[in-house]
Design a protein around this ligand. Structure first.
Ligand SMILES: O=C(O)[C@H](O)[C@@H](O)[C@H](O)[C@H](O)COP(=O)(O)O
Length: 313
């Protein structure tokens, strides 16, 4: 699918389709929900595809510094409950303030941690038609490939919620790594131009929420320790062909884009991440910072940790 494929739905027809969609949602459970083609920016739309609560009582708030919060959960289940509430609250905030919600997904186990969003109450309370979904990184493989972050998100989350196809921005999987990165950056620039995406004061796009995972080596997105890409400060989207985490070819947002986000959730589980978590939260004398230590959003960073990841705090 090319994101430059042109499928225009006029605003009046769009609003009629939206009300038909929402009426259908009352009749059919979202998982069998078939969407209209949405439009968000005339140059960009996706090919039509079929898409068909608990207080944070379990978390120990380990630390709250200026715009940084650390929540440690007894179990991954408790983390998932809290992450769903956090995401739903931000969705409500931005859809009320601006009428849309721009959210960026990672690959890996993050999608599994979002599972509570597709259960009541959120499956019914979130205004899914207002969501715009992006990827902070993506493997340069076909979208139906087992390694695709798009496939991971579609199978685990997106196909169960009524997000409009035109609001899901997957990479053009027919392109090389270089061209896919350039193509995605062009898409983002158009969306800022069309005011679908906010722009930060520094000219980079300002996503409402970035949902990041972290690898055991302290990488985030596809920005790996010691790799020159961590220093990229002009491009919005770049590419890597020697990823130490397979597969080797990926595209990735750069740190200026990641750190222009309004909110970032860093979702980290497992004992093998305890060392980089310790380094990031307790500091270290090492000259070379880990990528995870370079994450500092405009507004707020919240760590969602399970106990295993927090053992060295
Ligand atoms: O494409 C990817 O591989 C991910 O975007 C990557 O950045 C992931 O978030 C981390 O590697 C953590 O992965 P796990 O949560 O599976 O450990």
């Amino acid at each position: 699918m090319s994101i430059s494929s042109f499928t225009f739905v006029s605003p009046s027809l769009y609003s009629e389709l939206s009300s038909i969609c929402l009426a259908l949602q009352l009749i059919y459970p979202p998982r069998r929900f078939v969407h209209s083609v949405g439009f968000n920016c005339p140059e960009f739309s996706a090919d039509p595809r079929k898409f068909g609560g608990q207080a944070r009582s379990m978390a120990a708030v380990v630390g709250e510094k200026k715009n940084k919060k650390v929540d440690v959960f007894n179990t991954e289940e408790d983390l998932a409950v809290s992450l769903a509430r956090y995401t739903a609250d931000l969705s409500d905030k931005f859809t009320k303030e601006r009428g849309s919600f721009t959210v960026v997904l990672s690959g890996g186990s993050l999608i599994q941690s979002l599972r509570k969003l597709v259960e009541p109450p959120y499956i019914d309370s979130i205004e899914w038609s207002k969501w715009h979904v992006f990827w902070v990184d993506e493997r340069v493989v076909p979208k139906d490939h087992a390694d695709s972050n798009y496939k991971l998100a579609f199978d685990g989350f997106l196909r169960q919620v009524p997000i409009l196809p035109g609001n899901v921005y997957a990479i053009n999987d027919a392109l090389s790594a270089e061209d896919a990165a350039e193509d995605y950056e062009t898409c983002l620039k158009h969306l800022v131009h069309c005011k679908v995406l906010d722009a930060a004061g520094n000219g980079f796009p300002k996503f409402d929420l970035m949902l990041l995972g972290m690898g055991p080596d302290g990488h985030v997105a596809s920005l790996f320790p010691g790799h020159p890409l961590v220093k990229e400060n002009e491009k919005w989207v770049t590419f890597i062909k020697d990823s130490p985490k397979p597969p080797p070819e990926r595209i990735t947002f750069t740190f200026p884009v990641i750190n222009s986000s309004a909110y970032i959730a860093l979702v980290v589980c497992g004992a093998d991440t305890a060392e980089p978590v310790h380094k990031a939260l307790r500091g270290s004398d090492d000259f070379d910072k880990l990528p995870v230590e370079m994450v500092s959003p405009e507004v707020e960073l919240t760590w969602f940790l399970d106990k295993a990841a927090a053992t060295k705090l």
